[in-house]
Design a protein around this ligand. Structure first.
Ligand code: NAP
Length: 264
């Protein structure tokens, strides 16, 4: 399968580290012009250098801005050209006693994880429709369909993204623009690696440590290891490509078989 994204411009939100950084690198490697994003200029500049080095492409720029705010979104949109590919990767997560999550925290999760995506879709979708081609991808999670009791606020935002993806796909019907969600499972990012080490200790080599973690704490996983960020990025690059032209309004899983269901 040859994936060539040359001539396409992509914005990956929240891409100074983790899954977003892997997605930005993979899109650049496939030939797309890529814009990386995070809240601070310095971290964004570092990420631009990392993506350039990892992809061999110089066509990588940064747009700093806090996408949880209207002002931040406006700053980012001013810095980006017309987008062909929008990857709403930005998302925060954490665990909390569900009865202790106050109104402010519910609002923060909604604004960072959901409204940030809706705002960018609202801004980018009309231009994509006019040009007759576009790809919108929202990073959901296994927590969208298997809501963890200690992460209800997070799960709520990811379920909302599935609804938003399906809805905007209908809005884009017949235009050449597709909208999909990617359901990522437990993935090896800095934060998750630290979490694994806290639970299983520092003695075991990484492969054994992650297997011990998965077997004890994430037994539903069929691959019994964490997912590598590049494995999520592979799905995103495919969905962002012309090859995925008949896939829209869907939720595609890269969850290592974590969600115990046949669909989606
Ligand atoms: N890791 C997992 O196991 C996992 C599993 C399922 C789904 N996911 C989903 O995958 C996505 C990426 O997860 P991750 O683990 O890679 O995240 P991460 O390592 O925590 O990175 C989050 C990124 O978002 C940026 N960011 C945070 N707040 C921002 C804001 N208000 N505006 C703009 N950028 C902001 C951060 O950059 P700065 O700090 O530089 O601003 C950083 O680049 C999320 O949507 C997450 O829910 C992750």
């Amino acid at each position: 399968m040859q994936i060539d994204l040359s001539g396409r411009t992509a914005l990956v939100t929240g891409s100074t580290q983790g899954i977003g950084l892997a997605i930005a690198t993979a899109l650049a490697r496939a030939g797309a012009r890529v814009v990386v994003n995070g809240r601070g200029e310095e971290r964004v500049a570092d990420a631009v250098r990392t993506v350039r080095a990892g992809s061999g492409s110089e066509d990588v720029t940064g747009a700093a801005g806090d996408l949880a705010t209207e002002q931040g979104a406006a700053d980012v949109l001013r810095a980006v050209p017309a987008l062909d590919i929008l990857v709403n990767n930005l998302g925060v997560f954490g665990s909390a006693d569900p009865l202790e999550i106050d109104d402010a925290e519910w609002r923060r999760y909604f604004e960072v994880n959901v409204l940030s995506a809706v705002r960018l879709i609202r801004a980018c979708l009309p231009g994509m429709k006019e040009r007759g081609w576009g790809r919108i991808l929202d990073l959901a999670s296994d927590s969208a369909v298997a809501i963890p009791a200690e992460m209800i606020h997070y799960g709520m935002t990811k379920t909302a993204l599935l609804a938003i993806g399906r809805g905007f796909a209908k809005d884009a019907a017949g235009t050449g623009v597709t909208v999909n969600s990617v359901i990522a499972g437990p993935t090896r990012t800095g934060g998750v690696e630290q979490f694994v080490r806290e639970l299983v200790g520092d003695e075991l080599p990484w492969d054994e440590a992650q297997r011990a973690f998965m077997v004890k704490y994430r037994p539903q996983s069929l691959i019994q290891r964490l997912i590598e960020p590049e494995e999520i990025a592979n799905m995103v690059v495919y969905l962002a490509s012309p090859l995925a032209s008949a896939t829209t309004g869907g939720a595609l899983r890269v969850d290592g078989g974590y969600v115990d269901s046949i669909l989606p």
